[in-house]
Design a protein around this ligand. Structure first.
Ligand SMILES: Cc1cc2nc3c(=O)[nH]c(=O)nc-3n(C[C@H](O)[C@H](O)[C@H](O)COP(=O)(O)O)c2cc1C
Length: 419
């Protein structure tokens, strides 16, 4: 028999401790976001469709991006037990300097389109967190503007080698003078990928006002207020005539770039050079032998060649082929700190986040990027603790199994052939 009694008013009062309402709307929104997916939903509500789709979308059927995210979800972790790890150290040495976390911010073009604070928010948040920030050649803040936002931290510059080589060389020299320490030379854009969402939305740079964009703007007044009351949205380092992103990329990029360009850039750039957009083992080994400081296994967040290999699947074999002393970084599809832990366990020295950063930016400017970093940090720390490791160096391939949903149909034949 359950024993009943009259409710005790003192106990009831104790239960009724209501939280003080958070009056700062941005803070309330961001604190309610517990995952990067939560930030994505806030971003979607607050950003005009064309700008959100430019960020969220990928090329053609968006298969590369979907598969890359799925590959991270298909990780099985193997925790050790009864291994005391009272503290966790998430810091790493990368390309000759420190980073407080095993990820940095990837280069993204046209960042002020997503939210007016743009790269300044990204660089400021990176500075506060002690991680590197990468400015894109197609950035909307100048090299010097990023340096001012992150004066003591690590800034990296992403280079596109343009048809007009002198523009690229000049930017490289400027970044060196401003004290940027690493150059990411992106090589996966001989032509622009087919970003179908942009085509369907009639998205162009600078954005055009149509009846559709005006109707879409009505529930998003703050984005438009920012857009209309802050300096003009344009590439900070390039002068262009406008058009779709694809047209701009095609006009600017040179499909004939080669190892010769790498040699020229090497001569101009005094710091570290990594090649971004590497997608097979052979190129990884060749680049190591060519003397670059590292590579980024990446398919550009699925925005270029759709159905490209999943970087996370390439990682273990690339690591085996290039050996332990060559810097291998990875991006594409990272939405959770556990993805980063899995990548480090399988041999990545470092990772980059593109959309995870931009979702935070769209959800709440600088504070939103801070929130992205805080979410990833807590996921990394928790995953490490649950795995029973206290430093990133303790992570090893044995901590992770990559479950496969997608298996090459001819794998058995390929293996038989190899035997
Ligand atoms: C909106 C957007 C713009 C990008 N612009 C550039 C760029 O200018 N240069 C570059 O090398 N990569 C660019 N990327 C690719 C990112 O650097 C990175 O490789 C990719 O976002 C990683 O995938 P993730 O978004 O799933 O993290 C861009 C990505 C996005 C989402």
């Amino acid at each position: 028999m359950v024993q009943r009694q009259l409710p005790n008013p003192v106990e009831l009062l104790e239960l009724m401790k209501f939280k003080k309402p958070e009056l700062d709307g941005r803070k309330r929104r961001l604190e309610g976001a517990l995952t990067i997916d939560d930030l994505r939903l806030i971003a979607k509500r607050r950003t005009p469709k064309a700008a959100f789709d430019y960020t969220d979308g990928a090329a053609e059927g968006e298969l590369s991006l979907t598969r890359a995210r799925q590959a991270f979800q298909d990780v099985e972790f193997h925790p050790g037990i009864l291994r005391p790890a009272p503290t966790v150290d998430t810091s790493v040495e990368i390309l000759g300097g420190p980073s407080a976390l095993p990820f940095g911010i990837a280069p993204t073009g046209f960042t002020r389109l997503m939210q007016t604070e743009g790269e300044v928010a990204g660089a400021g948040a990176a500075a506060a967190a002690g991680i590197p920030f990468t400015l894109s050649t197609l950035g909307t803040t100048s090299i010097e503007g990023v340096k001012a936002a992150n004066p003591h931290g690590r800034n990296w510059f992403q280079l596109y080698v343009m048809r007009d080589r002198e523009i690229s060389y000049e930017l490289t020299r400027r970044a060196a003078v401003a004290g940027f320490d690493t150059l990411q030379f992106t090589v996966d854009t001989p032509v622009a990928g087919a970003r179908l969402r942009d085509k369907r939305n009639g998205f162009s740079i600078p954005p055009q006002l149509t009846l559709g964009t005006i109707i879409n703007a009505i529930p998003r007044p703050w984005w438009w207020f920012d857009f209309l009351t802050t300096p003009k949205l344009e590439f900070a380092s390039l002068s262009t005539t406008g058009g779709t992103v694809g047209e701009l990329l095609d006009a600017a990029m040179d499909p004939t770039i080669s190892y010769d360009d790498l040699a020229v850039i090497r001569d101009i750039w005094p710091g570290k050079i990594v090649i971004k957009g590497v997608q097979n083992i052979e190129d990884s080994v060749r680049l190591r032998d060519a003397g670059v400081d590292g590579i980024v296994l990446s398919n550009h967040g699925g925005r270029q060649l759709d159905r490209a290999p999943i970087p996370f699947h390439l990682l273990p074999e690339v690591r085996k082929a290039v050996g332990d002393d060559f810097t291998v970084m990875i991006d594409t599809g990272i939405m959770n700190g556990a993805d980063i832990v899995a990548a480090v366990a399988l041999g990545a020295d470092f990772t980059l986040i593109g959309r995870a950063y931009l979702y935070g930016l769209m959800a709440g400017g600088r504070q939103g990027v801070d929130r992205t970093i805080a979410i990833l940090r807590s996921e990394i720390e928790r995953t490490m603790r649950l795995l029973g490791v206290s430093s990133l160096a303790e992570l090893e391939p044995g901590h992770v199994t990559q479950l496969t949903r997608l298996v090459p149909v001819n794998r058995a034949a390929a293996e038989a052939h190899a035997r």
